[in-house]
Design a protein around this ligand. Structure first.
Ligand SMILES: Cc1cc2nc3c(=O)[nH]c(=O)nc-3n(C[C@H](O)[C@H](O)[C@H](O)COP(=O)(O)OP(=O)(O)OC[C@H]3O[C@@H](n4cnc5c(N)ncnc54)[C@H](O)[C@@H]3O)c2cc1C
Length: 390
């Protein structure tokens, strides 16, 4: 599709039609339907980026209060999605069981649970004995305790992304595929537009929502953004025989291992022990990692030894050094807004990111959260307050 003359000057251009770019477009248009917004996507189809590879997990059990707040701000969106969009997101509150073996992590888990409960989030602590009684398929010697949050949930990332895509188009935004932004047009300290395929589009504001490519896009404005892409490998397997249907997602906080059971109860997604991979955008499957992975998986759920390994895929996660997202205007520039680095939580936090970005773009401030904590400036020598880790 040729970009028509109507789009050659826009209020806002969003780079990236992933869940973050579409959520920002959606929340902006909810607030101001008159805005002219164009979303430019380099891929030829929806859902080829990180969002399409996402497991769809939604959780509240962060040690960081800022991340819990993002989950809380996103809750209503997921709960009301089916009626608002008149389409299923397959949202289901199935719980996450977080497991710990080390004393230090156990202390942190209990502290986070206490804080979450004080915020109204229903987190229940499980002693080692309670784990053995309630989850007999877990490695008996493996864990000192755990916590379960009944609000932790699943929704289908592609279903949510596709409905947001339709909704923003209904609200008047243009979304173009096969349109890679190759240059940001800069005049002094102001970003005034983008270039795609040799064509310039001017605008009042560019939003960088390029997911794993965020640093690449920021570099076009001369900014060195500390968002690094990491490959994550997912093993699709048959459900371990002793794990019941409608099981919570299991996460071993020390190793990063997780098991997400799919809705049918027949298959599971296993992953998460590949934290040591190096940054890069290559997303080829590395089958040589499988042996080490399955051995580690059996440390959590011994019956994984008998599952049938059906297939493997990879996706790219975009990570900041403190595992917290970047939301705010690019330091030292006007006309460029950054919504990047969701560090493995971009799906569950996309509704909050959209609301916060809309507030900041339309009014210059937000009362939803202390947004200074997400400001990119924290990586440029002006850290206001240290983050608690995940
Ligand atoms: C295996 C895996 C499991 C995950 N599980 C979860 C989970 O359970 N829960 C959760 O919350 N999160 C999860 N995540 C993380 C989540 O998927 C991401 O945080 C989220 O999808 C990021 O959304 P995004 O819109 O920023 O990125 P994307 O979906 O990647 O969208 C960015 C888009 O920008 C486009 N783009 C890039 N550069 C340009 C350019 N120059 N011009 C035009 N377009 C461009 C890309 O093509 C892409 O489509 C997981 C990630 C992976 C890989």
């Amino acid at each position: 599709m040729k970009i028509g003359s109507k789009e050659l000057s826009q209020d806002i251009i969003i780079i990236g039609a992933g869940i973050i770019g579409l959520s920002i477009a959606y929340h902006l248009l909810q607030r101001d339907p008159k805005l002219s917004i164009t979303v430019l996507e380099k891929d030829t189809l929806l859902g080829l980026g990180s969002t399409g590879k996402c497991t769809g997990g939604i959780n509240y059990q962060f040690r960081s209060p800022q991340l819990r707040r993002l989950s809380l701000l996103s809750r209503e969106f997921f709960q009301t999605f089916d009626s608002v969009f008149n389409a299923p997101s397959w949202y289901k509150e199935k719980g996450y069981l977080m497991l710990v073996s080390e004393e230090e992590l156990w202390d942190q888990l209990q502290r986070a649970a206490e804080q979450a409960v004080a915020e109204g989030i229903p987190v229940k602590i499980f002693s080692r004995q309670e784990l053995i009684e309630n989850f007999p398929y877990l490695h008996r010697e493996g864990f000192g305790g755990g916590s379960l949050c009944a609000w932790d949930a699943y929704a289908d990332p592609y279903a949510v992304q596709a409905e947001l895509y339709s909704a923003v188009r209904r609200k008047g935004a243009e979304v173009f595929f096969d349109r890679e932004v190759t240059k940001l047009i800069k005049n002094g300290d102001t970003i005034q537009g983008v270039e795609i395929k040799g064509e310039e589009i001017s605008c009042g504001l560019v939003v960088n929502a390029a997911g794993p490519y965020a640093a690449h896009v920021a570099a076009m404005a001369g900014i060195s953004l500390p968002v690094q892409p990491y490959r994550r490998q997912v093993y699709v397997c048959t459900n371990p025989k002793d794990v019941p249907k409608a099981n919570p997602t299991i996460v071993d906080l020390a190793s990063g291992f997780y098991m997400h059971q799919e809705a049918s109860g027949k298959t599971v997604l296993l992953g998460g022990t590949d934290r040591e991979t190096w940054p890069g955008l290559a997303d080829m499957v590395d089958k040589s990692a499988a042996e080490k992975f399955f051995l580690a998986a059996m440390d959590t759920i011994p019956s994984v030894i008998n599952v049938k390994w059906l297939r493997t895929y990879t996706g790219i996660c975009e990570q900041t050094p403190d595992f917290h997202p970047i939301l705010g205007y690019a330091p030292g520039l006007s006309g460029l807004f950054l919504a990047n680095g969701f560090s493995g939580h971009g799906f569950m936090h996309a509704p909050a990111a959209g609301q916060i970005a809309a507030d900041l773009i339309l009014t210059g401030s937000t009362e939803l959260i202390d947004v200074e904590l997400f400001h990119p400036q924290r990586f440029f020598g002006n850290i206001q307050e240290p983050f608690l880790m995940l």
